[in-house]
Design a protein around this ligand. Structure first.
Ligand code: NAP
Length: 275
């Protein structure tokens, strides 16, 4: 196997489908499989690369171990503290990259959602929030506020960003602040996976012109995007475009060719039987 996605669980991963599609579109012969990581990530990765593996994607719960494993790191990977793409370079060094945040930005710009000069609220302070912060800041927003169930984690993320545009707030304080208003609300929490809504008031959500949920579904909607749509927010997206965006960028790291993101998004949504 030359390429693979590694994680646990792994059977649900759409990465083999995405990369088979890119390889066919770009006329590249590429074999891409799934590897279930049951012990230490290092053992599975050593085995994969020793057997001729050229590159892999890393999904939960192995992104931090992949960060430790990499012999060299891209700037995005360093900032995120996590790796979702490994490549064995010509000099034999295994390099770690993080394409999750750039993948999200690719989709936000494609959707024409407010980013540059915008006031942005990020809900969640886990691995995904950490990974998207740097790439969003690079697009020059006016401000980013982070809110999280465990408020100390949002505070920690804001402090680590060391950027005057980034701050943290608790859900309770946000609910009480009647002047709070955001152009774009990004749900980077795991609330939708649990079929619950984050504790952001409807009054606050209604002021946003766009909302984005990092979680994705075959149907193209989540409990959060459905809720926001019902509130009358015109621009609501799930995270399928982020998934495709990160995959496009991983493919480019390995093959030097970037598949057409816009075409891929349309075709792959269709393949999944989505809206
Ligand atoms: P994670 O590291 O486990 O972090 C989970 C975060 O969600 C934490 O901030 C947690 O708050 C918060 N949370 C969990 N349950 C919640 C609830 N019921 N209400 C409010 N907040 C809740 O997970 P992650 O890797 O950051 O993933 C977060 C989401 O991003 C998931 O939906 C995942 O599927 C999605 N994701 C999508 C892509 C993509 O390509 N589209 C890529 C990566 C991740 P506490 O700190 O209080 O526990």
């Amino acid at each position: 196997m030359q390429y693979a996605v590694m994680g646990n669980p792994i059977h649900h991963s759409l990465s083999p489908l995405l990369h088979a599609y890119f390889a066919q579109k770009c006329g590249i012969d590429m074999d891409y499989g799934r590897i279930l990581v049951e012990g230490p990530f290092k053992d599975a990765a050593d085995k994969f690369f020793a057997a001729g593996g050229k590159g892999c994607n890393i999904t939960l719960p192995c992104k931090l171990e992949a960060f430790e494993y990499a012999g060299r790191l891209s700037d995005n990977a360093k900032r995120a503290g996590a790796v979702n793409t490994l490549k064995k370079e010509a000099d034999g060094v295994i390099c770690g990259y993080n394409t999750d945040g750039p993948g999200l930005v690719k989709h936000l710009l494609y959707l024409n959602y407010p980013v540059k000069g915008a006031k942005i609220l990020i809900i969640g302070a886990g691995g995904a929030a950490k990974g998207i912060l740097g790439p969003i800041l690079a697009e020059d927003p006016q401000s980013i506020v982070i809110v999280n169930r465990t408020a100390a984690k949002a505070e920690d993320l804001a402090v680590r960003a060391a950027d005057a545009r980034v701050s943290a707030v608790a859900f309770e304080a946000l609910a009480k602040d009647e002047h709070a208003a955001f152009d774009l609300v990004i749900n980077a929490s795991a609330s939708s996976i649990q079929s619950t809504l984050p504790q952001v008031t409807d009054a606050l959500l209604c002021k946003a012109s766009a909302v984005y949920d990092l979680m994705y579904s075959k149907e193209g909607s989540t409990i959060f995007t459905e809720h926001c749509r019902a509130l009358g927010i015109g621009q609501c997206s799930d995270g399928f475009g982020m998934l495709v965006g990160q995959a496009v960028l991983s493919f480019k790291i390995w093959n030097g060719v970037e598949p057409d993101f816009y075409q891929a998004l349309t075709d792959l949504r269709g393949m999944l039987g989505s809206k």
